[in-house]
Design a protein around this ligand. Sequence first.
Ligand code: ATP
Ligand code: MG
Length: 345
Amino acid sequence: MNAKATEQLAAGTGKPPVKKRTFSGVQPTGNIHLGNYLGAIRNWVVGQAQYENIFCIVDLHAITLPIDARELHENTRKLAALYLAVGLDLEHCKLFVQSHVQEHAELTWILNCFTPMGWLNRMTQFKTKAADDLDSVSNGLYSYPVLMASDILLYHAHYVPVGDDQRQHVELTRDIAQRFNSLYKQPVFTLPQAQIRDVAARIMSLSEPTKKMSKSDPDPQSRINLLDDPKVIKKKIGRAQTDSERLVKFDPQRPGITSLLSIYQAITGKEQAVIEAEFEGKGYGDFKAALTEQLVATLEPIQKRYYEYINDMAELENILKQGADAVRPIAQETVCNVKTVVGLG
Ligand code: ATP
Ligand code: MG
């Protein structure tokens, strides 16, 4: 059934309107950090009752760059435990592992054949990740945005809550969907919208504040991980790069202090002006101490719950299996429809 038919079915039945659907995911490529949490995952938690949610651990994306097999397998479970620990509720959300639903790979191949190279050549993430290594990076890294488009389009997601760095990929997803729909003159795919919050949409590296905080950054000092203990957090915030001005103010010209302030803003929920007033006449030392205190208080309960989930591996595996079983029929229906439309089979 296509997207329009689903909505038509819901309309006029006297039933409450069907909730809009969200889809998002995180790669199990390493330690989940504050950027992932504040830019993406926390927003999933906040909006979860309002939507029908599908959240994925995108392990097929994680192999687009070299990764150790055991590490990938373990990271996948750790990320599932963190999804639950931050407050995703199975009543509102389906959680699953991307490779457990084979339709992600199948739709990706088909959409690869409908995506002009010129569109992929414009993707900035590929340029950053491939760096100077263009001859040896994988075809998978190049086609990463098509896999992401398939993830979203398989489930007819309306919203994609992500950090600012993924804006371009969601736009590409819309372009691919639009092109496919108009080529076959039918609404096969729903056009998704990126959901990017104003605050903390791009948390910067603590050591190089002109770069975004990333799991794959080889420098562990560059990020605060959700599982860092209080001593490590204190040390990392203490060493976080700022500047010589010593003014605790939001200022795009000073990305170091501004990124730390936006972390503080996201955690406390205070307005920028209130925060600036709070630290007027105070230095970076006072601000960093307050930020550390807030971070520890935010992360401690998450960490406590994380260890409860990760220590019950059988239950975690069961949750992931149930999640995949629940979403698979949606993915199968989409792929079946796409194949018919294209003339495959
Ligand atoms: P990698 O370095 O392996 O690409 P990553 O840290 O970029 O890892 P992803 O798994 O690629 O994390 O992204 C997961 C989600 O976190 C996405 O929605 C992405 O937009 C968001 N995100 C990643 N980094 C940041 C950041 N620094 N600030 C805000 N959001 C972020
Ligand atoms: Mg990334």
